[in-house]
Design a protein around this ligand. Sequence first.
Ligand code: CMC
Length: 431
Amino acid sequence: MTDSSKTATLTIDGTSYDLPLLSPTAGPNVIDIRKLYAQAGVFTYDPGYTSTASCDSTITYIDGAKGELLHRGYPIDQLAEKSHYLEVCYLLLYDNLPTAAELEAFEATITRHTMIHEQMHNFFRGFRRDAHPMATMVGVVGAMSAFYHDSTDISDPRQREIASHRMIAKMPTIAAMAYKYSIGQPFVYPRNDLDYASNFLHMCFAVPAEQYEVDPILSRAMDRIFILHADHEQNASTSTVRLASSSGANPFACIAAGIACLWGPAHGGANQACLEMLKEIGSVDRIPEFIARAKDKDDPFRLMGFGHRVYKNFDPRAKVMKQSADEVLDLLGIENNPVLQVAKELEKQALDDPYFAEKKLFPNVDFYSGIILEAMGFPTSMFTPIFALSRTVGWISQWKEQLSDPAHKIGRPRQLYLGETARKYVDVEDR
Ligand code: CMC
């Protein structure tokens, strides 16, 4: 990894320090500053990690300038077109695409872990009826560590694997139960004769009173949404999972931390915020007003579903999602959907606007996903839980990779301290 012929030189007050340059298989070189503090007594400063590689990884590669996303080397558009979610899960977890026998065994294992401990139903019932499903998911996933003691020993690779399988298998059940609870319907148990996406749709939309047939076309669209969200290298929630895990925390606690981070509107919460924004815009004639607001530095409003820390070109996931939105609405016979019309026109006007062009702001994965999910029958509050269940495999794969590295250490950033220096305590009566 280190290219010994190349170093970067840092000069501080006339003293020079040679810093090794690490060469990746793709992407920019990385200056190794691990010994910098010991050698030079200085820290580096990068609060949003805009120039910092927090780890090495072999899972996902993003070329933001090209708009390229690869999982284990495979482009996301090929995976979305040719593969299916559980195969992508295998790829992320185990480095390579499975053979037919490996895939069959993996699918059988995941399918058999889909039920949750019956006693865990009580956790759901402890939440207020109007709790956001993300709040319920953070709590219930964290509580899994109190139920699955036989898979919390992170020093045992087999226990790590069982925890991984459990989380991939149970997350749709937990997300669907959070939804059912929020609308006052009975929980629907998983069905092992259905594929992963169909089972999730069934658990969300079936009721005991009548037969529910999963539409295979909607199931395929659901599966594609799962694939498009499966992993995205060191984003905020994945970095949260890695940081939580670096202390040796159990896997369920780490994933609960990831879910909490994902919830924010700058991250996974953007899909809900985006659909709400599109509805607020309401009609194409109001688009210029909202574009003007997004450009106004005195207005905190931003175009939701636009812009990305890494992509300075089209988010390749957004391209697939836009195509999927057209297909799903067409299949459902939803013609001239006003929200889709607003979205398409907003995308066009924003891309033609010099502000967005200069700042390289393009639609991201969240721009069209809400339109599809709503057409499928999901309320906005379920958009981020669906993102969370899809991303679980990414979190778990990154967690597994981190723990398999014998050199891993607790994550402990330093700071640029700007507070008071030491001062003497003053008794309350003298203040
Ligand atoms: N609308 C208007 N202006 C924007 C937007 C936007 N959506 N995004 C960025 N900008 C401007 C921003 O004001 C800044 O301008 P200036 O340089 O004049 O101060 C410039 O573009 C750079 O923005 P930034 O906030 O420094 O960029 P960042 O990399 O820190 O933020 C982001 C990335 C995704 C948080 C941001 O683009 C954003 O808030 N987008 C809307 C929320 C969203 O769609 N999030 C989903 C991200 S993709 C799914 C996921 O990963 O969860």
